[in-house]
Design a protein around this ligand. Structure first.
Ligand code: PMP
Length: 363
């Protein structure tokens, strides 16, 4: 009888409910496809792909283009199939059995999940009730667990909070091992930890093409970090893991940075509109530096609001059953029209009196 590794039996896997609705604001994607000129350019280059040959194993041109966009040396860039695979490669190389990984919850679930799959022990630090990071708790986790890898997500998912630069600097100074700052949403925030990366600094910053670059369908992500660390990752990752088409798509996408900057501005403006309007309803809204907003209705059950939105063909992420996130929902910023429909639906739902809970009292 075959049996899975005992330490994997309790793992649940990553789920994001997919419901057939008109307006999908649940997975933090870009609401628009990439520019038409990008798609034409990819199609033109694809006609020259050598399908019978393995792709460039080192993805040299793509790495060079990414390095150029951040003004670093290509040897400091590691590219993989989505930032999830970047994270997995980091954890395969620097975590694994007998090692410890620290997260500060609530945060992106895949950090702990992938760490556990590599066989590492995960230590979950706690954030304060407003989801900020308490320096005392950080010190406690570092001192007691001595983690080989510490994760920070900035802006954090699902809370949206941007980690102050000073906090990240302190963490790098006091961490006993590698610090990973996951910047999947950094383009929507006002600072980046990329400026802190250096050959002698135990820091990597991960990025993705899935959000700002409107390329979730391509699965492409990367990190910037010390060249010596990138060389270790190159040893661990599977050979030829990045296919030729993806290498082309990523390289060409970077030519459209002006268009993407304009979109980021538009999304940030819409995010502020959503936050302001939700706050004017009876809702607790967490400040966001990302392309989504976490919120908690004060007098309605989060799950009931989620269902009410689905009934109006709007899908948001239901975080209400997650640990530490009771009644919270997360909405991805969509197109202006989609956001208006979401807000109209929210207004209608909150105008209805909350149903009495089991004790007969309103919540
Ligand atoms: N990090 C964070 C914080 C995310 O929210 C996500 C996407 N949900 C990822 C990484 C994974 O992104 P990718 O599509 O590049 O694998």
């Amino acid at each position: 009888m075959i049996s899975v590794r005992p330490d994997l039996r309790a793992l649940e896997g990553y789920h994001s409910a997919q419901v057939d609705v008109r307006i999908r604001l649940n997975t933090n994607e870009s609401p628009e496809p990439p520019p038409a000129a990008f798609r034409d350019a990819v199609a033109a280059e694809m006609s020259r792909v050598q399908w019978h040959r393995y792709p460039d194993r080192s993805a040299a041109e793509l790495r060079a283009a990414i390095a150029d966009s951040h003004d670093v040396d290509p040897s400091m860039v590691f590219v993989a199939n989505g930032s999830n695979e970047v994270l997995q490669t980091v954890l395969l190389a620097y975590a694994g059995p007998g090692r410890t990984v620290a997260t500060f919850e609530p945060t992106y679930q895949m950090h702990a999940q992938i760490a556990r799959v590599t066989g590492a022990t995960v230590v979950e630090g706690e954030r304060a009730a407003d989801f900020t990071l308490d320096p005392g708790e950080v010190d406690r986790v570092l001192a007691t667990a001595r983690p080989h890898v510490v994760f920070l997500t900035s802006p954090n998912n699902p809370t949206g909070l941007v980690e102050p630069a000073e906090r990240v600097r302190q963490l790098i100074a006091s961490a006993p091992g590698l610090v990973v700052v996951d910047e999947a949403y950094a383009q929507f925030a006002d600072w980046t930890a990329l400026d802190l990366v250096g050959e002698d600094v135990p820091l990597v910053v991960t990025r993705t093409f899935s959000k700002t670059w409107s390329m979730a369908g391509a699965r492409l992500g990367y990190l910037v970090g010390p060249a010596a660390l990138v060389a270790e990752l190159d040893k661990v990752v599977l050979p030829y893991h990045l296919d030729a088409v993806k290498q082309i798509a990523g390289r060409l996408a970077l030519r459209y940075s002006d268009e993407m900057d304009a979109r980021v501005k538009q999304i940030v403006a819409e995010r502020e509109r959503i936050s302001t309007e939700l706050a004017s309803l009876d809702i607790e809204v967490f400040p966001s530096g990302a392309n989504f907003v976490l919120f908690r209705p004060r007098h309605h059950a989060g799950r009931a609001i989620w269902q009410g939105l689905v009934d109006r063909s709007v899908l948001v992420r239901d975080c209400s059953g997650w640990p530490r996130l009771a009644d919270c929902l997360r909405v991805t910023v969509g197109t202006s029209g989609e956001n208006t429909e979401f807000l109209d639906a929210m207004r209608a739902l909150l105008a209805a009196p909350p149903p009495p809970d089991q004790n007969g009292t309103s919540r």
